[in-house]
Design a protein around this ligand. Sequence first.
Ligand SMILES: *Cc1c(COP(=O)(O)O)cnc(C)c1O
Length: 829
Amino acid sequence: MEEATYISYDNAIEELRAREYPMLQGTTYLDHAGTTLYSKSLIERFSADMISNLYGNPHSASNASQLTTRRIEDIRLRLLKLFNADPQEFDLVFVANATAGIKLVMDAFREQEQGFWYGYHRDAHTSLIGVREAAAEHQCFASDAEANEWIECQDDGSGRAGLFAYPAQSNMNGRRLPSDWSRRIRTNKQAVYTLLDAAALVSTSPLDLGDAENAPDFTVLSLYKMFGFPDLGALIVRQASASVFDRRRYFGGGTVEMVVCLKEQWHAKKADSLHERLEDGTLPIHSIMALDSAMAVHQELYTSLDQISKHTTFLARMLYEGLSALRHGNDERLCQIYKDPASTYGDAVTQGPIVAFNLRNQYGGWVSNAEVEKLAAIKDFQLRTGGLCNPGGVASSLGLAPWEMRENFSAGQRCGNDNDVIRAKPTGMVRVSFGAMSTLKDVNSFVAFVREFFVQESLPIVTAPITSSVDEPPLQSRLHVESVSVYPIKSCAGFSVPRGHAWEIRREGLAWDREWCLVHQGTGAALSQKRYPKMTLIRPSIDLGKGLLRINLVGALREMTSTHEITVPLSADPRLYADEAVYKSANARVCGDSISAKTYRSSEISLFFTQALGVACHLARFSAVGDGNSSTRHSKAHLQKYQRAGAMQIPGAFPDAVSIRPGACVSKPILLSNESPILTISRSSLNRLNELIKAEGGKAAQAEVFRANIVVAENPAYPPGLEDPYAEDDWRYLQIGQQYFEMLGACRRCQMVCIDQQTAEKNQEPFVTLSKTRRFDGRVFFGEHTCHMPLGEVSSPLGQNPTITVGDAVRPFRDDEVDQNGHLHALVG
Ligand SMILES: *Cc1c(COP(=O)(O)O)cnc(C)c1O
């Protein structure tokens, strides 16, 4: 096709999209391999069908029932025809999804006399791989060459039934596998059947089963991946191979004619057609009706799968070319694209519309996918990262050996977490996939996004750290504590410690900081602002005079409840909590770690939060593990979180430095387990950040979004112009008032900093600017984890009751002010 033809089709889709896909306003959807989207017309047609017809359960004689049965048989035929499958040669079984279709086939093979041999291709989806667990013998083919060799070699003559499964298209990188394997296996291997996983292929490509002799024995697919709706799958079986199911033992309502169960045990199975034998229970009748609307509307909008294939193949080629062309200022390539050597972008026979890749920085190191994901979320790109449900394909593309995958697993790497570059190898990838309603605009905006955030134009210019000169005023009072905040309920608004009030510093952090949390009533997981941004409109405050935690609702939340304030005593009176017996083991989960928290028994309290947030939750209080003696370990949310971050160092923040403070976190393991970090940010750094944001026309960030405990600022009594942004990167210790603190490392940031703490609305800033100016080794940092150092006479008043007060003088100690052993001169001297 001519380039101009592609463009005019693309323009037509752009228009169609505005009409039919209102949900795409303001976002770029690039995860069609996950699911494509349903059109407005489809939903309207389905809804009109439902409203104007009476559909009954198919298994009876009523008119309503007959109508349902008739419709279902028509729709089954229509779907077969979509794949050019002759109903004399094929039957189609409705299943919940492609995976359910695979399992039906697996169950049939499991019943074979000698069990079965199972072979599968490396590029298989997880759902295909799982079949091996039911096989007597199994083999993974690591390449096409291996599969070809096996196909050509002599049948082993064992007589054991075999099943060879492979994807028509890889859901990982879109590579399309040879379509002649079914034919060749049928010719060469007597007892081996073929299972084709067409779930990824048919979402953007035709599948032609016109030649039944050479077609796969079993084909599975997911209809939601083709039409966006309904959530339904199909298993297409070659009639000639249907006898595999003869040994099926189970029967259920719908698949049996008569059952005798008293005295005698006897039943007669349905025998008419395969689908009648396999569709146990009531069919998802309404979903099947919706499928009719889906097929009709799809054809009206796009004419054919062939048309969609041409369009999406073009888009994938444009993306591949666009990403391949990106280079850093030093000419290093940005994108490592996982294209199969046997495939070509632009050729629909070998390559589907998916691009899987990782990004490299200008030194050739990997950019963390969690970072790509966070920025994509901020910029409203919907894409997929991680292991992509394709373990074989991902491992071979990334060069991960099985032992490495095992080790990564032990090191805490799981599908979908932050820990994604281990031993200098990525553990997952980024996947962009297109569908019928994707356009060139999606391609271009994604390439522009990658260019904007990940291309490094030149080596970063490092400003020399400011060194104190003789005539500078003494450091001691140049900085002071501008504000002190605590966050009594995890993820809810902060409480600003009033001026003139000496706030207690405890072993586990500032007093009352993250003492409480909200836990989901179903899962027991602690709620966070990332999922429930409105939590910021819950304002806790500490009333030490009355001994109460006061909780107020502000803004939009005030309309949700009849009361706008509740109070909870600060004293941990055991009678307030739910039955120990019931809740003892009910551990709240924070970031995957188990944390023990006691749930309040009052239904009034639960109702208050449940109504405010619209999610069933309880208020819970973290409990100190132990009995309050010196070995007491607190189990607060931020503590656990920090311990994980503790293993991470911050390379690249300084010229030549491998780490700001190598081993800073390692050197004090006791501190980490016993004492919590306090988060400190600098006003000068925030001002610098906001200057940059405003220069780009963005919305300045308030200090609150960083959820810091301590804001350190230049003393206003000092002449202006002395601001020293990001000086804290260099700080090793802080003296605040008469207390000492150790800086433990920079705080890694995510898109949560974009939630406006007054309105709960999401912005792009400050994350966008932070990621451009404070990203080191693919991670974004702002603020410093800090912990209190209990120094001096423990029995002295200062040692016994350490406090911090707004206005306290702050004196930082840099690395070069600390001796070889890490001791402060000031302290030793
Ligand atoms: C999506 C997909 C599956 C799984 O489909 P479900 O509908 O989730 O069961 C299997 N294989 C491939 C190739 C897929 O793309």
